[in-house]
Ligand binder design. Structure first.
Ligand code: ADP
Length: 161
């Protein structure tokens, strides 16, 4: 069964021009991109999204990092997408992230580690509502202009010629 998961390409991913590199990894795996939004985190949003870390001494550094520039927020979909994406992202500290993972290959700092991904289905539901509370858009809006895909089909642009 397809799952949806929320991914954030953090400000260092955009600054380092790694958006294409990271998105191509998800595309190569076959995940569908359902929604994309560029936002700049506020301190308030950091407090909500990283509430579990609000008591840590490094929390002000997270706020400084996440508010330092725009982030790209995505919803990806596919079979067991939550676990697959987490595995592709790798451990929080890039030193512990396996080679071949996004953090293992592209990051060196445990704070500036490029990417966030939902850690469970429940978290994905909460996070998708947090960032796309206004909905993911009508499916027809996500299809390409030549209308080769019909609304309600299983995949989006991936089925277009
Ligand atoms: P993950 O992003 O791997 O799910 P957490 O939810 O524990 O990990 O942490 C959220 C984010 O907070 C991390 O991705 C990282 O940017 C930052 N962070 C976590 N732990 C540390 C730490 N010990 N020092 C600095 N930044 C940290």
């Amino acid at each position: 069964m397809n799952e949806k998961t929320l991914v954030i390409l953090k400000p260092d991913a955009l600054r380092r021009k790694l958006v294409g590199e990271i998105l191509s990894r998800f595309e190569r795996l076959g995940l569908d991109l359902l929604a994309v939004k560029m936002i700049t985190f506020t301190e308030e949003l950091c407090r909500e999204h990283y509430a579990h870390l609000a008591g840590e001494e490094f929390f002000p550094k997270i706020v400084e990092y996440m508010t330092s520039g725009p982030s790209l927020v995505l919803v990806l979909s596919g079979p067991r997408a939550v676990a697959f994406v987490r595995r592709m992202v790798g451990a929080t500290d890039p030193l512990e992230a396996d080679p071949g993972t996004i953090r293992g290959d592209l990051a060196v700092s445990s704070r500036k580690n490029l990417i966030h991904a939902s850690s469970s289905l429940e978290e994905a539901v909460t996070e998708i509502a947090r960032f796309f509370g206004d909905g993911l858009g009508r499916r027809t809006e996500l299809h390409c202009d030549n209308r080769c895909c019909q609304p309600g089909e299983g995949s989006l642009l991936s089925t277009c010629p």
